[in-house]
Structures are given as C-alpha cells and as structure tokens.
Design a protein around this ligand. Structure first.
Ligand code: NAI
Ligand code: 15L
Length: 287
C-alpha cells in the first residue's frame, strides 16, 4: 500500500469545534488540548461538564435526543465524537447513545453542513482475532460484543455519509488509552494520551482524508495493527509501553486458555450473555 505522508499545517485550527463525551476519561484529557486548535470549543456530555474555560461553550446533550443533537451540532465546523457507552453492556444500554446517537450526530452534521468528523471507534470491532494476528484497516471485522458491534455500525454509517454526502470521517480504532497499560494485553494496545492527542489533531486537520480507518496504538514493542493508514495522517507515535513492562509482568499471567488472554479484545470477549428478554425497570409501588 503506497502512502503519502501529509504534514499537519502549523496553523491547524477551526472556528468552532464540538467535543462530545467531554466529561469522560478521554474527553477530560482532550478538552484543554483541543482548545488550542479552535476559537471556540463546544463541549458536550450527559454528565456534568463544570464551568466553561475561556473560549468554551458548555452544551449538555443526550445523544439519544435527535432534536437536542441537531441543536448541538448547529454552527460547528468539525466534531470529535467521543460520547457514548464505552464498555460492553447489554444491547438495550448500547442502543440509545451508540446506535441512535451516532445516527443523530451524522444527520445533524449533514443538515448543518459539517464536513469533518473524528469518530472514536475501538479495537473491539476486531476483538475476536487472536492476539498476535497482524491486522490492517481492510481486515474483515470481528466485533467482540454489542459495544464492538455499535462501533462497527458507526464506522459503516460514517462511510455511508461520506459516499452519499461527502462528510469526511477518520475512524480511530483506539486501543487502550489510559495513563498506563494495566495488563499484558495493554502492553500491545496502549495509546498514550500524548499520542492520542496527536492522532486526533491530525485526524481533524489533515486535508482530504475521505473516509479513513486508523488504528491507534503507541510505538509499543509488540504490534498487532498496521500503521499504514496512520501514515496518511503523518502520525508517528512517540511513546512506548516498554517502560511499564516490569510492573505489568510482575502481575500473575492469565491462564493461557482464558479467552481474555487469547483474543485481541481481552476480557470483552467473555462478557455476557445478558438476560434476555431484558428486565424492564421495576414499576413504582401502587398506592
Ligand atoms: P468514557 O466512558 O469515560 O466517556 C464517554 C462519555 O460519553 C461519558 O462522559 C458519558 O457520560 C458520555 N455519554 C454516555 N452516554 C451518553 C449519551 N447518551 N449522551 C451523551 N453522552 C453520553 O469513555 P472514554 O474512555 O473517555 O472513551 C471515549 C470514547 O473513546 C468512547 O467512545 C470510547 O468508546 C472510545 N474508546 C476509548 C478507549 C479507551 O481506551 N479509553 C478505547 C477505544 C475506544
Ligand atoms: C475500549 O474500547 C474501551 O472504551 C476502553 O474502556 C478499554 O476497555 C479499551 O477499549 C481496551 O480495549 O482496552
């Protein structure tokens, strides 16, 4: 696959940028860092967002509410979409934010003329490949649960909105973005916050990306995912999980027949099954 290396313009910025999921783990990291690239940063979540910093707009919104999402997106130039359920859950819990919500977001983007979205996809779209298998952006999906399926839906939906309406999206198949890798699997999947920030910024501002799927991992010793597509963005990770190896390997290993040790998605592959039909919330006591 031949790739052109694009340089991120020094002046990479836009007028109004929307960050969904701004109250979450990665949202809190990216909120101050993305502000440097926007005149106005509109931050959104269902969870509390605190007080606005200079140049920020606070925009509480439930992604499941179509009208609210349309209002949220009005007037923005680009979107970093982190909002939604971020772990494996029963389908009923995933549906409103991750399936309906991403549809609402793209319809609002179409309606209000937004031309660029960075979509936080996940390694869980390919979680049922065995650890050690080498994958690239064209490898057929093997989601490891309803959460991974919802991210697969978001990737396909964004492809449709590019083909039909020309909205450009970079889908970031983020590995494990935390302060430190927590286990042996994350020694491979870890994406440092600095590398995440560089990747998201490049995904936002690299011209003419079309619809692109990029794996997000730092320059860790062991790699499962091709970085060919990341090179289109000029992304070269700077960090490595190696400095955490001793502390991670001091933990007892999982038994080799544990599915969490066998598959790329780790423990997500053994979540569920969940009760079916799902239990409705208990009705309040009759008087
Ligand atoms: P998080 O769970 O900390 O943050 C997600 C945010 O979305 C939360 O603040 C939550 O309140 C919000 N949210 C949930 N339902 C919502 C709704 N109906 N309407 C509006 N907002 C809603 O997750 P984290 O770790 O910050 O991840 C951010 C994004 O990146 C997520 O989409 C996640 O799936 C994705 N991702 C994260 C990885 C990681 O290692 N942290 C790895 C792969 C993907
Ligand atoms: C994800 O997609 C989750 O959002 C995050 O909480 C981690 O579990 C990460 O993947 C991972 O695979 O380590």
């Amino acid at each position: 696959m031949s790739q052109t290396v694009n340089r991120l313009p020094e002046s990479a910025r836009c007028h109004r940028l929307l960050l969904t999921g701004a109250a979450g783990g990665l949202g809190k990291v990216l909120r101050p860092r993305l502000k440097a690239h926007a005149d106005i940063l509109r931050v959104s979540d269902v969870a509390p967002l605190g007080e606005p910093a200079s140049g920020e707009e606070i925009a509480p919104c439930d992604l499941a509410d179509a009208a609210a999402v349309s209002q949220l997106v009005q007037g923005v130039d680009a979107i970093v979409h982190l909002g939604g359920v971020s772990v494996e859950q029963p389908f009923d819990a995933i549906l409103p934010a991750n399936i309906q919500g991403v549809y609402h977001l793209y319809e609002a983007a179409r309606l209000h003329g937004v031309r660029r979205v960075v979509f936080a996809s996940s390694n869980h779209v390919i979680g049922f490949y065995e650890q050690g298998q080498q994958l690239d952006a064209d490898t057929p999906l093997r989601p490891d649960g309803y959460y991974g399926l919802s991210k697969a839906y978001g990737e396909h939906l964004s492809r449709f909105y590019f083909d039909r309406y020309g909205i450009q999206t970079v889908c970031l198949r983020i590995g494990s973005s935390f302060p430190e890798p927590k286990d042996r699997r994350m020694m491979v999947t870890w994406l440092s916050y600095d590398d995440l920030t560089d990747l998201v910024t490049r995904a936002l501002f690299t011209p003419d990306v079309g619809h692109l799927i990029v794996y997000g991992a730092s320059a860790n010793r062991d790699r499962w995912w091709s970085d060919d597509a990341a090179r289109v963005l000029g992304f070269v990770p700077k960090d490595s999980s190696e400095r955490f190896r001793a502390q991670v390997e001091a933990q007892p290993p999982l038994p080799p027949d544990d599915p969490a040790a066998r598959y790329q998605g780790g423990a997500f592959v053994k979540a569920g099954p969940f009760p079916f039909p799902s239990q409705p919330a208990a009705a309040p006591d009759a008087e």
